[in-house]
Design a binder for this molecule. Sequence first.
Ligand code: HEM
Ligand code: HEM
Length: 473
Amino acid sequence: MVDERYGGGEAQPVGGAHEVPPYARLYDQAFHVDPDAAYERLRAGGRVAWVEIEPGVRAVLVLDYDLILVISRDASDTWTRRTSRWSAWSAGLVRPDSETAAMVAQRPNMLFAEGPEHRRLRAPVDTALRRIDMRELQARVEQAAMDLIDRCAEHGRAELVGEYAVVLPLMAMSWLFGLDEMERWRLPDIMRRIWDADGDAARAADDLARLMDSTVRRHSRGHASGPLTTGLLASSDTLRHEEIVATLVLTVGAGSQPAANLIANTVYEIVTDPQVRDDLRTSALRVPDVVHHVLWARPPIAHYPPLVARRDTVVDGVTIPRGTLVLLGLGPAGHRIHQAHGRPLHNRAYPAFGVGEHRCPADRHALAIAQTAVTTLLRELPDLRLAVPADQVTWRASPFARALYRLDVEFTPRSPSFPVSHPAQKGGPGWQQPQPFGNSRPAPTSTAPSPRGSGAWARLFGSRSRGTSRRGR
Ligand code: HEM
Ligand code: HEM
């Protein structure tokens, strides 16, 4: 029987049995040179297309916004969030240490839960996030941003992904979670080990779970007061200790890279598009408008979340067998609408935060972090420009994300606004300079921020009196 919601049509041979064309290899650097062109070619076959997310590992990518809405609403009938049903696991196709395994393997958290179970896990997060004082979040991020900028201001150049964009969201998370000084110091290093996937990712994931466990325990004893953890503990009648820990682990994975990439992608747009730059100069555009525009045109999460077909289904003539992985193409879906309008879109109707019941619960927080990060950067370093030719800027060959490896910029050097506290002055034995982040190949002039003892972290967690006074200069 043909399901009209999915366009029906004559069933074609199963795409998975064929080689996918080179432009459909999402893991390939060539795809990331011009994904928009690849999306157009993929669309020639309809609203869904077979793609490869690791060598020899296939999935179906959904390219259309309306179809993403239909699929999201129909999740329990034709599709499931329970990714353990993906047939590639049992076929042994997915490398356990791949980005695909980390981002798709089913875990006991809300992202992979459905119906009442999803609502039970999610409601406390919604409540806790709603109670967060957004002005305080913004003020703290702004102060931390100014300190990070001070660290590179004298050099006249910086690598903004590792030294700024990745660090700020992690700092914001540390405050939301209520990490103590030692935990704050460890978090960036653990996340670097997870994201770099340098063979140590599994151990780093254990370290992350242990760190969140100790944080929750300190909160339970009343020894800490991070607003998110405190809010989750207030729901301890519905959430068990392990579920609160799993929620914090999910949140740091779900929040940090996307927010970092939104910051970096927005700065990239500003330094590479003269029209955007001019419009900002003449106030025809404001930074928040550019952030919204990037969420339409170049969203950080391009192919996510993952679903699995519960039964054989035909969409626009493409046969999707039971057990197939289906990725929602938030990137291509938004890009298409953006293209159709032929001008920058500043409204918030983009699918970049997902749709339906699983839509990102922290969209306002993510926007506040990214908008504050970019606004502060441009205010403090107004003549920021790209330090390398635009065609040398490389994008991470991620099957899920639109993420820069690094973003080298230069600007007129200036002396720091605040005396920078150097780790050497404060750090005692055991002080360790974390490596710069990456997505990352370290920059030759890297001035990687030092969480422990650094002014940025002190300002984030300490009094909020400085920094905001400089707003609007
Ligand atoms: C620019 C930054 C961000 C973007 C683009 C983004 C986008 C997304 C997307 C696409 C999803 C998946 C939606 C789905 O499964 O259908 C998601 C889920 C989620 N995000 Fe975000 N996110 C961002 C930042 C954050 C931050 C800062 C936090 C936490 C403070 C956060 C917490 C979560 C959580 C907990 C989920 C799981 C929700 C669920 O399954 O019900 N995200 N986000
Ligand atoms: C710009 C978007 C994103 C990028 C670049 C990104 C990148 C990564 C990478 C590289 C890893 C580690 C892979 C490995 O171990 O080999 C990872 C792990 C993970 N990601 Fe993402 N991710 C993004 C968005 C998201 C979203 C939206 C969610 C959830 C809603 C999420 C949840 C996770 C989780 C839970 C882990 C595993 C953490 C652990 O090992 O405990 N990520 N991500």
